[in-house]
Design a protein around this ligand. Structure first.
Ligand code: ATP
Length: 457
């Protein structure tokens, strides 16, 4: 068998790690899975929640000019008429006359079906919205759609928020939640799903300041990914060309990430002008004007929309964090995740199951899990246990040995450097708090000492 050596990040490796360690599974797997639908496992749900929390914190919690919202997935059908989704939310499609699979013409190499080589139909437009019906009788009048984006819930609540929060321009409304699109081309794991989650900001501004705010949000959103640990060289801003621009957008730029399959959109930032509020005012008959008390003007605000995908962010973060390296003559796989995002913050590892070490360790476990997601792992060698935690991105392992029973000290081992310090249990919680917030491992608490410095090869 060929010796394992560190290699490049591939989608196969990410998918394999996600399934093996319980981050992400195919939906309805025991029935063979369902195309482009995924379930988040025990570690995946933690990672995803941490991404959403990080977004909410920077977007809503830490800002005076933003408020949050959580609107329903099913909305009045007129919303989709007004927004243009019923008419415009379509992709051209060709169908194979033989196997009936459908394809996007712009993704075909030639005029034959990529699956069976059969002849293809002329393109026709295909609406990406999922249709359902409300109420007991299935008829045209009861048609409803699963929302293909969370944004419309924000637009239709503009006046409600304005009236109840007394916010003045410029201000924004943020929402996270599920969206559904009957995508034609799928694949690339969770990059393009039929059910996914979005994190959207609708930022309302005076029309003459829209360009300024558009540039502000480009920078702000790009920096958010960098702060969460994504390498700056794996991100780029890509302005849309005239032809690409959506019908409602005055200006649009994508934040692309260099995924293993190439550069692709992570987030879209658009200057939507006054399109949305004007459309909803027209179709609902309700005024969605803003009254500027200083100038006594009434006008429709412009909207800057930074629209991100939770699942795509999770995928980009996993790809960026995935690292293989040689350590002590062995291949070590680690997820170099930012501590804020790591599903498990601390692993507690008693060196032996003997004596009263387990009981001693489990007391510390009970105490620490009040603060963080902590794992208690007692099986196999300590080396194996460290590797298991490295692979799921746990920033710190706390080892308890027989000496701990005597000196009330434990060892903290850090994921990336594999360096270790020994500290009194009395200061364990505050030390971990400081380290998880980014303090260097070798800044020692009272009574702490550098225990061992493993040199990386
Ligand atoms: P694409 O061109 O890749 O289909 P889009 O331009 O249609 O994306 P937007 O409508 O701008 O996407 O949606 C905003 C964000 O929502 C995207 O940047 C992406 O992160 C996320 N998103 C959109 N569609 C999907 C999907 N099918 N699966 C996962 N995330 C999605």
């Amino acid at each position: 068998m060929a010796e394992a050596t560190p290699g490049e990040v591939t989608m196969e490796k990410i998918v394999s790690l996600c399934q093996r360690r319980g981050f992400i599974f195919p939906s309805s797997e025991i029935y063979g899975g369902l195309s482009s639908l995924w379930d988040y496992g025990p570690l995946g749900v933690e990672l995803k929640q941490n991404v959403k929390q990080a977004w909410w914190r920077t977007t809503v919690q830490e800002r005076d000019d933003m408020v949050g919202l959580d609107t329903s997935i099913l909305m009045h059908p007129k919303v989709w008429e007004a927004s243009g989704h019923l008419k415009q939310f379509t992709d051209p499609l060709v169908e194979c006359k033989q196997c009936h699979l459908r394809w996007r013409p712009d993704e075909l190499k030639d005029n034959n079906c990529p699956s069976c080589g059969g002849e293809l139909t002329d393109p026709h437009l295909f609406n990406l919205m999922f249709k359902t019906s409300m109420g007991p009788v299935e008829e045209e009048a009861s048609v409803a759609y699963l929302r293909p984006e969370t944004a419309q819930g924000i637009f239709v609540n503009f006046q409600n928020v304005l009236n109840t929060t007394r916010k003045r321009l410029p201000f924004g409304i943020a929402q996270m939640g599920k969206a559904f699109r009957n995508e034609i081309t799928t694949g690339n794991f969770i990059f393009r799903c039929r059910e996914f989650e979005q994190m959207e900001i609708e930022y309302f501004v005076k029309p003459e300041t829209a360009d300024e705010w558009f540039n502000y949000w480009l920078e702000e959103r790009r920096n958010w990914y960098v702060k969460l640990g994504i390498k700056a060289e794996n991100l780029r801003l890509r302005p849309h060309t005239e032809e690409e621009l959506a019908h409602y957008a005055r200006q649009c730029s994508d934040i692309d990430y260099q995924f293993p399959m190439g550069w692709a959109e992570l987030e879209g930032i658009a200057n939507r002008g006054d399109y949305d509020l004007t459309q909803h005012a027209k179709h609902s008959g309700k005024s969605l004007n803003y009254h500027d008390e200083e100038t006594n003007e009434h006008f429709v605000p412009y909207i800057i929309e930074p629209s991100a995908g939770v699942d795509r962010s999770v995928l980009a973060l996993l790809c960026d964090a995935y690292t293989e390296e040689m350590a002590e003559g062995e291949l070590r796989t680690l997820l170099h995740l930012h501590p804020t995002l790591a599903p498990i913050k601390v692993a507690l590892l008693p060196l032996s199951k003997k004596g009263n070490l387990m009981e001693f360790a489990s007391q510390i476990y009970t105490d620490l899990r009040q603060c963080w997601m902590v794992q208690f792992d007692t099986t196999q060698s300590i080396g194996r246990r460290y590797r298991r935690q490295d692979e799921i991105g746990t920033p710190f392992c706390v080892t308890i040995d027989f000496q701990s029973l005597e000196d009330n000290q434990v060892t903290i081992r850090e994921r990336d450097s594999m360096n270790q310090i020994r500290i009194p249990i009395a200061v364990l919680k505050e030390t971990l708090t400081a380290k998880l917030a980014g303090e260097e491992l070798f800044v020692l608490p009272p009574g702490g000492q550098i225990w061992k410095e493993e040199k990386k090869e």
